[in-house]
Design a protein around this ligand. Structure first.
Ligand SMILES: Nc1ncnc2c1ncn2[C@@H]1O[C@H](COP(=O)(O)OP(=O)(O)OP(=O)(O)O)[C@@H](O)[C@H]1O
Ligand SMILES: [Mg+2]
Length: 259
C-alpha cells in the first residue's frame, strides 16, 4: 500500500511540480499515471524513493512514513524501472540483474560486486522468468535489443521482491508490439508478487489496456482518478488539451509528432 497525503513539490527555481496530491494505492494495484509532458509524473514517482523530497505532505509505503531516516530501510523494498533502461552496458546481464540487490548487501560486498548464493540463484531464475535464455546471463547488456534490455530492467527491479515498483515511462523507447509485451510482463511479475506498481505512460491506449486504475496529472494536480474505462475521449481532451482527438487517443506522442 502506498499513500500520498497532500503532496506538494516546489523546486528551488520556483517551479511548482506537484500540488495537493492525495492518493491511496492499495497493495497489488497496477496504477498508471498519465498526463502531458511536465505534468509532474516523474516527480511524483521520484518522491516515493526519496529522489525528490516533497516540499509538503506525507508519503507512506506499507504504512511506514518516507523520511530521510526511514529511507535506507524503505529503499530495498522499492524497485525502479527506467525509460532508458539504465543498465551498465559494459556489464553482463547477470551483473545488471544483481545490481538491483545492492541496497540489501553490505558495503564491502557491493564494492566487490560479491553477492550471496541465494541472490545469484534468484538472478538466474528471474532471467528465465522475464523471457531471456540462460546464455544471456553472461552476455554484455549492450548486445541486447531495447526490449531485451528492458526485460533485464524488470528482472533487476524484482530481485528483492519489492512491495512497490516505480516504472517511469518504461516503454517510451520501444515499438508498440514490444511495448505491449513489456507491460504484460511487468503486470504479470507484479501480480505474482502482489507488488504495487506506479507506472507513468504517454500512451493512453496502453494505459487503458493494462491499468487497474488511471491517475492523470495536469499542472501537478490530480485531474482524473478512476477506472480505465472511464478515461474516455472527453477526459483525455480535458487533460491533454483540445488538440487530442478520437483518432489520436490511440497514438503515442512520438507517433503524433511524426504524423
Ligand atoms: N530538478 C528540477 N528543477 C526544476 N524544475 C524541475 C526539476 N525537475 C522537474 N522540474 C519541473 O517540474 C515539472 C514536472 O516535471 P516532471 O519531470 O515531473 O514532468 P513529467 O510529467 O514527468 O513530464 P514528461 O512526460 O516530459 O516526462 C516540469 O515543469 C519540470 O520542468
Ligand atoms: Mg517524466
Amino acid at each position: 500500500m502506498l499513500t500520498f497525503e497532500n503532496i506538494g513539490k516546489q523546486f528551488p527555481d520556483g517551479t511548482v511540480a506537484l500540488e495537493g496530491v492525495n492518493l491511496h494505492v492499495p497493495k497489488g494495484q497496477f496504477c498508471v499515471v498519465l498526463g502531458p509532458s511536465g505534468a509532474g509524473k516523474s516527480t511524483l514517482l521520484r518522491t516515493v524513493n526519496g529522489l525528490v523530497e516533497p516540499t509538503n505532505g506525507a508519503i507512506a509505503v506499507g504504512g511506514v512514513p518516507v523520511t530521510r531516516k526511514t529511507l535506507p530501510a524503505i529503499r530495498p523494498r522499492i524497485g525502479m524501472i527506467h525509460q532508458q533502461f539504465n543498465l551498465v552496458l559494459r556489464a553482463s546481464v547477470g551483473v545488471n540483474v544483481l545490481a538491483g540487490a545492492l541496497p540489501a548487501v553490505s558495503n564491502w560486498r557491493a564494492l566487490l560486486m560479491l553477492f550471496p548464493k541465494h541472490l545469484r540463484e534468484k538472478a538466474c531464475g528471474l532471467v528465465d522468468e522475464v523471457g531471456l535464455q540462460a546464455e544471456h546471463l553472461h552476455r554484455r547488456a549492450s548486445d541486447l535489443s531495447g526490449g531485451q534490455q528492458q526485460r533485464v530492467g524488470i528482472a533487476r527491479a524484482f530481485i528483492l521482491d519489492p512491495s512497490v515498483v516505480l516504472a517511469d515511462e518504461p516503454v517510451a523507447s520501444l515499438d508498440p508490439k514490444i511495448s505491449r509485451d513489456i507491460l504484460a510482463l511487468l503486470k504479470a511479475e507484479s501480480r505474482e508478487r502482489n507488488a504495487t506498481v506506479l507506472c507513468s505512460l504517454h500512451q493512453i491506449d496502453l494505459a487503458r489496456h493494462f491499468a487497474d486504475r488511471i491517475v492523470a496529472l495536469r499542472n501537478g494536480r490530480v485531474a482524473f482518478d478512476g477506472l480505465p474505462d472511464d478515461f474516455d475521449e472527453g477526459v483525455a481532451s480535458d487533460i491533454y488539451g483540445d488538440s487530442i482527438s478520437g483518432s489520436l487517443i490511440k497514438a503515442t506522442p512520438r507517433q503524433r509528432a511524426v504524423a
